[in-house]
Design a protein around this ligand. Structure first.
Ligand SMILES: [Zn+2]
Length: 296
């Protein structure tokens, strides 16, 4: 009697462990499952919009950036990945332009990313470089640029898909960029988010050294907050892969403890918000050229 009781307990324990394992597997894969649900099979809708690309003219030093970004197909790669991820009702243009100012913004179905903004990232990420940037530094600048292109693409999606936003849209589209990088299934793309966090960190340090009033009124969160947020969401997406780098970048334990929940919440929110517009994973994505893989 005692023996068969033990055997029964053992069977129940095994069943319980199996159940827990399946539940944790389901939880881990839930977002991806949700992403393949939405389901509009490709071709079920009339062909609608796409992200398109445009390299505006540039002069002087900026011409070198134009040539390099074009050679590395930075816009085409961003557009291909976005087009593989979502359906658009109308075309949206991703454009590099010489603006006379360092800026990047979205207006009327057009992302304008100034070459001057890219040049700024170079100064922030490779401050000691005099003249020509090393290959590694150039790739880091392109990675940060890609992240901020996805941030701008987030503004475009909010507009053309009429996505509701509460709170700061700037924070919401930073979250979109992280979510997109994590969920679009190209692991080396996550270099983009780390380089963007580095840009924000360096901007935050520059802010604290200058005497100007802290722009608490700005539509963006403060650079130091954006820096911490990006680190937190990168870490929350994959604590094992990014624990060390995020700790070294100075994100305190107090914040790290909530990052997993924050990432889960933002990812399920974007899943929900984009549910009617997401494509099946991995549709028409071009393999990334080897030369552009970020340095480890
Ligand atoms: Zn923005």
């Amino acid at each position: 009697m005692l023996g068969s009781g033990r055997a029964l307990w053992r069977v129940m324990a095994v069943l319980l462990m199996g159940l827990l394992f399946s539940a944790s597997f389901l939880l881990r894969t839930r977002r991806h499952a949700a992403r393949s649900l939405p389901a509009v099979a490709a071709g079920a809708r009339a062909p609608a919009g796409r992200f398109r690309v445009e390299y505006g003219p540039a002069a002087g030093d900026l011409e070198a950036w134009r040539a390099r970004l074009r050679r590395d197909r930075v816009l085409e790669r961003a557009a291909d990945r976005l087009n593989a991820f979502v359906f658009l009702p109308q075309d949206v243009t991703l454009a590099f332009n010489e603006c006379g100012d360092d800026d990047a913004y979205y207006r009327k179905r057009r992302v304008t990313f100034c070459y001057e903004e890219v040049a700024d990232y170079a100064e922030l990420l490779a401050p000691a470089a005099s003249g020509r940037l090393s290959e590694r530094s150039t790739r880091r600048v392109e990675a940060a640029t890609s992240f901020f292109l996805f941030h701008e693409a987030g503004h475009a999606l909010v507009d053309v898909l009429r996505i509701p936003v509460t709170g700061k849209e700037e924070d919401a589209v930073d979250q979109f960029a992280i979510y997109f990088l994590e969920e679009s299934g190209a692991p080396d793309m996550r270099e983009d988010a780390l380089r963007a966090a580095e840009v924000m960190g360096r901007l935050a340090r520059a802010d604290s050294a200058d005497d100007e009033q802290t722009p608490v009124w700005d539509v963006h969160s403060l650079d130091a907050q954006r820096h911490a947020n990006l680190l937190c969401w990168i870490y929350g997406a994959d604590p094992r892969a990014f624990g060390e780098v995020v700790r070294r970048a100075g994100l305190p334990r107090e914040r790290r403890s909530t990052c997993g929940e924050e990432y889960t919440q933002l990812a399920s929110s974007w899943d929900e918000l984009l549910a009617r517009s997401l494509k099946e994973p991995a549709a028409d994505v071009e393999p990334q050229p080897r030369a552009l893989r970020p340095a480890r």
